[in-house]
Design a protein around this ligand. Structure first.
Ligand code: SF4
Length: 364
């Protein structure tokens, strides 16, 4: 006999949707969504699948009523190593599903849309990393997890926004150096470098060759980051003026920002942290009953606003990630029904990409 708890009925899901999310969809749509979620949950059970739901999915995908595990990139990478399911259906973007495949070569990993890319992952390739290593021999390479398997296969260790400074310190200690190549997110690199009191510079990739790149004159006892010019097309849109406007319109507001935002924004807010850290902080004593606003992807704010009365929904439509928005209940259902789209990673590449990801997961 199975130990699984009984699945929610369509009526139960509809009732919960009506209580929590009626501000986002009219009643008839809530009914349709409830019917789709009930069907999806049944398929998950029948096929012994697990759904990994990124916090940037629309509310009807990341909600508690959809069976699965919700989290940010780091949390979901960790969960991907623990699952006993035969199928992983990744509700996120391609690099995330690829990471799950690298960690679970024997499992079937599905993503509802192959168009779900990422501007950061697209900004760099494995060949670029090989060039950087040629230019800066002996310097460890830390790559944000928002990279393709091809890029990951060339780096020493991956990091997420929540453990980036810990990973950099680990790499500097292991390689006995105070320099690090940190890629591909320019703003994350600048924000992490600032918290570590490090200097940062961005090399000219047209000047390839060992020694062709003089480091800027190093300051004594000061770590040095060698960065890359990638940007998240969502977080780069926030400006310091947005912070000022929000404080003007909502006096006393507590503002949190993701470190993929420009440093001039991060410096002005009350708290900067990974998606998971920001979510935890909503209930911290610092925030208490103050109104809270987020400078991050809108969908996450939607679900938080439904859970916490003090969360402001001030996000504009431009802050929706177009890649995350590729998945919806229809494409997700179709993915499990038709077993599409399967993520594959060539074995040689997978083996090389696995070590930097496992190192990231091990660094708490
Ligand atoms: S929000 Fe930014 S970093 Fe995240 S998937 Fe979209 S483009 Fe990439």
């Amino acid at each position: 006999m199975s130990n699984n708890p009984p699945l929610l009925t369509q009526q139960e899901i509809y009732k919960l949707f009506k209580e929590k999310y009626s501000q986002y969809s009219p009643d008839f749509e809530l009914m349709i969504k409830a019917c789709q979620v009930e069907k999806l949950n049944r398929l998950v059970r029948e096929k012994n699948a697990v759904i990994l739901k990124h916090n940037y999915m629309s509310w009807d995908l990341q909600c508690d009523e959809v069976l699965g595990i919700r989290g940010d990139s780091l949390e979901l990478s960790r969960k991907a190593t623990e699952t006993k399911a035969d199928i992983i259906l990744f509700l996120g973007v391609k690099f995330m599903a690829e990471t799950a495949k690298v960690l679970n070569p024997k499992k079937t990993v599905l993503i509802p849309s192959l168009k779900a890319g990422c501007s950061l992952a697209a900004s760099i390739t494995g060949a670029d990393v090989r060039k950087l290593k040629q230019m800066f021999p002996g310097v460890p390479v830390v790559a944000y997890v928002n990279t393709d398997a091809d890029t990951k296969s060339e780096v020493d260790v991956c990091c997420a926004s929540g453990n980036a400074s810990k990973v950099v310190k680990w790499a500097m200690k292991k390689w006995k150096t105070n320099k690090v190549i940190f890629l591909p997110d320019k703003f994350l690199a600048q924000n992490v470098a600032r918290t570590m009191g490090a200097d940062i510079f961005f090399p000219d990739m047209n000047r390839v060759g060992v020694g062709s790149h003089a480091y800027p004159k190093p300051r004594p006892n000061t770590p040095l980051f060698i960065g890359w010019e990638g940007k998240c097309e969502v977080h780069e849109k926030f400006t310091p003026q947005d912070v000022d406007d929000l404080r003007h319109d909502f006096p006393g507001v507590y503002i949190m920002a993701h470190p993929e935002c420009p440093p001039a924004v991060v410096e002005k807010v009350d708290f900067a942290g990974s998606t998971g850290e920001m979510i935890k902080n909503v209930t911290s004593p610092d925030v208490q009953d103050r109104q809270v606003a987020f400078f991050t992807e809108c969908a996450m704010v939607e679900i938080l606003a439904a859970q916490h009365k003090n969360v402001l929904q001030v996000c504009s439509i431009q802050k929706r990630c177009p890649h995350m928005a590729q998945s919806n209940l229809e494409t997700v259902l179709e993915a499990l029904e038709k077993m599409q789209y399967e993520i594959t990673v060539p074995e040689a590449l997978r083996k090389k990409a696995e070590l930097p990801i496992r190192r990231m997961i091990a660094i708490k």
